[in-house]
Design a protein around this ligand. Structure first.
Ligand SMILES: Nc1ncnc2c1ncn2[C@@H]1O[C@H](COP(=O)(O)OP(=O)(O)OP(=O)(O)O)[C@@H](O)[C@H]1O
Ligand SMILES: [Mg+2]
Length: 252
């Protein structure tokens, strides 16, 4: 039984079957990659996993509880965080302020502490944010404005904003998209460290096979919304179903 269990998920957008009978089981503390060509349904699946999209049929259980129909802050409180396909950071705030933001919620126009993870005071939040910035090698940039940072740094900042929520499951939508190779390699090392040090289960959507093979223990290949094959990295190279998924494009 995985910490994340997806069963029989279907989702249509009008006449388009974006997800068709998706089943997925991700064991605790593992890294699972979801790959597939553009439009295969990867981001749609991630939206379902964070409760943002309700599937037409099927269930999504995280640690025995359904995620469906929950609000974003409830999903975070359950222990699920997500890095979006496009970084979602506050450009006019500093790095430190960005990392502290997820620990607050706006109520009646005022910011209040949001009970996420183990933080319960403003001092806790500052300490936690500093520890996490140190972990992602950004402590020296804590007073920089997010707008002035490189794409790779913005991605690392977004990861820090997830880690401050002390997730048990981290979902990443193309975490290295648009990065130079050196930044990609740093991100791989960082994700390995996070997975090992913090025991965080990860599901990664990724087009870059170097990233997939460096990190994933299991790989699901999605094509036209349906998982074609789920395998270990060793067994997926040259798999005929992968060629079928990419319609002959050389990917692996
Ligand atoms: N809100 C929506 N309304 C209608 N169609 C949608 C919606 N969201 C996604 N789609 C369609 O569903 C299909 C799957 O899209 P999705 O974004 O999940 O693909 P993807 O695998 O993440 O692709 P990429 O690799 O390009 O990010 C696409 O055909 C897309 O156009
Ligand atoms: Mg996508």
């Amino acid at each position: 039984m995985g910490i994340l269990e997806v069963k029989g998920v279907n989702k249509r957008f009008g006449g388009l079957q974006a997800l068709g009978d998706v089943n997925l089981s991700i064991p605790e503390n593992t890294v699972h990659a979801i790959i597939g060509p553009n439009g295969a349904g990867k981001s749609t699946l991630l939206n379902v996993l964070v409760g943002k999209l309700i599937p037409d049929t099927g269930s999504v259980m995280f640690d025995g509880q359904s995620v469906l129909g929950r609000k974003p802050h409830e999903i975070n409180q359950m222990g699920i965080s997500r890095v979006f396909q496009t970084p979602e950071i506050f450009a006019d705030l500093t790095v430190m302020e960005n990392v502290m933001i997820p620990c607050f919620a706006k109520r009646d126009g005022a910011f209040e502490l949001n009970a996420i993870g183990s933080v319960s005071s403003q001092k806790d939040i500052r300490l936690m944010a500093e520890t996490i910035l140190d972990d992602v090698n950004m402590l020296d940039k804590r007073n920089m404005h997010a707008a002035s940072m490189s794409r790779g740094d913005k991605r690392r900042l977004e990861m820090a904003m997830c880690l401050v929520q002390e997730p048990r499951l981290l979902l990443l939508d193309e975490p290295t998209a648009g990065m130079a190779r050196a930044d990609t390699n740093n991100t791989i090392d960082l994700l390995k460290e996070i997975n090992e040090k913090r025991n965080i289960t990860m599901a990664i959507i990724e087009h870059d096979m170097h990233v997939v093979f460096s990190l994933a223990e299991r790989i699901t290949v999605l094509a036209q919304g349906t998982p074609l094959v789920e395998e270990t990295p060793e067994n997926i190279k040259g798999h005929p179903k992968v060629r079928e998924a990419y319609l002959g494009e050389a990917q692996i």
